[in-house]
Design a binder for this molecule. Structure first.
Ligand code: SF4
Length: 330
């Protein structure tokens, strides 16, 4: 039996689109997350990849307990936390932390770096003396690469660079010694020159602290960097999941192929033919019948409009359908 510490089964999160009116009682639903299965081991990094609007950020917020699931189950350390109450959720926040995309918006500009990093300790009542509080802040800052911590603790966010601010955000998460970090596009707002530094830092934390990471990204190139597995999302579902080297070297799903074909490759000899998808992502309120990728799929056949393989077994049957057609996909 696999030793998973996070298990997600059939997770759904729907939002209401508008309110029922006097004459119109029906309310449409946005299917943001629509039946996601995912398992994670200690120290494992899984990258969730997809275009914006595919549901990956809603999935992250639902795992964090910041959105109430519509259906499905989330188990953490073998405990069902799907509808955890406020007290249980507060305890969970010590173990599951989130890093948001924008380090400028995540930090209170009126607080010093020490106050920002110490705040989670104060909220959870985790320190008993000023010295203990300071020692934990120093360790978190230095583990996040801000060394020596004393040169940063008494500054304000506007006195730091973008990369240093993102390190402060990471220190604020580390100070609680979490088991799982959910990083939502952690480098997309940063200069290209410092993206690798932040990704290296996350890779180090996973190695030294055995932290598991769910990395939310729209950039498949970023994932190859350190993810163990890649899960590709389209319209609220995982359409392909597997070990990183397999997904990058031998993608099966046409959507994964399309995403990979536009990843920049420095060596022109290794560049693949671009596989540009036609049309817009369908409206998540009016999802297409059959396979929801069929309006954009270059190898769709008639059955794809009629049968949604995901209803049989999420992921596997969908993939099987594509595998049958694999020879048609260049
Ligand atoms: Fe394309 Fe059909 Fe596979 Fe869907 S099931 S991805 S439409 S080939």
């Amino acid at each position: 039996m696999q030793d998973y510490f996070l298990e997600v089964q059939g997770l759904k999160k729907y939002f209401q689109a508008g309110r029922p009116g006097l004459f119109n009682r029906s309310v449409e639903q946005i299917h943001a997350v629509d039946g996601v299965d995912l398992q994670l081991k200690r120290g494992e990094v899984v990258a969730m990849v997809g275009e914006s609007g595919c549901g990956k950020s809603t999935l992250a917020l639902t795992l964090m307990g910041l959105e109430e699931p519509t259906a499905g189950k989330i188990a953490f350390e073998s405990k069902d936390i799907t509808h955890a109450g406020e007290h249980a959720r507060k305890l969970l926040r010590q173990k599951i932390q989130m890093i948001f995309q924008d380090p400028y918006e995540s930090l209170n500009p009126t607080q010093t770096i020490e106050e920002i990093v110490a705040e989670p300790l104060d909220v959870h009542g985790l320190t008993h003396s000023k010295a203990e509080r300071e020692a934990k802040v120093v360790k978190a800052l230095e583990d996040a690469g801000l060394k020596p911590a004393a040169s940063y603790m008494y500054r304000f966010p506007h006195q730091l660079s973008g990369g240093q601010r993102q390190r402060v955000v990471i220190a604020g998460a580390l100070v609680l010694e979490p088991l799982l970090l959910i990083a939502d596009e952690p480098v997309s707002m940063l200069d290209v020159s410092i993206r690798a530094e932040i990704l290296n830092l996350l890779a180090d934390l996973r190695r030294t602290r055995q932290i598991s990471i769910i990395l939310i990204t729209h950039d498949l190139g970023t994932c190859g960097y350190f993810a163990d597995r890649i899960a590709v999302m389209y319209l609220g579902r995982i359409v392909e999941i597997g070990p990183t080297h397999e997904i990058l070297s031998n993608p099966r799903h046409p959507y994964t192929k399309a995403l990979l074909s536009v990843v920049p490759v420095p060596n022109p000899r290794l560049r693949k033919q671009r596989f540009i998808l036609q049309g817009e992502t369908p409206n998540p309120i009016n999802l297409p019948g059959g396979c929801r990728f069929h309006p954009r799929c270059p190898v769709a056949v008639v059955q794809c409009k009629l049968t949604d393989p995901a209803y049989v077994t999420v992921g596997q049957a969908h993939r099987a359908a594509c595998l049958l057609l694999d020879s048609n996909i260049s």
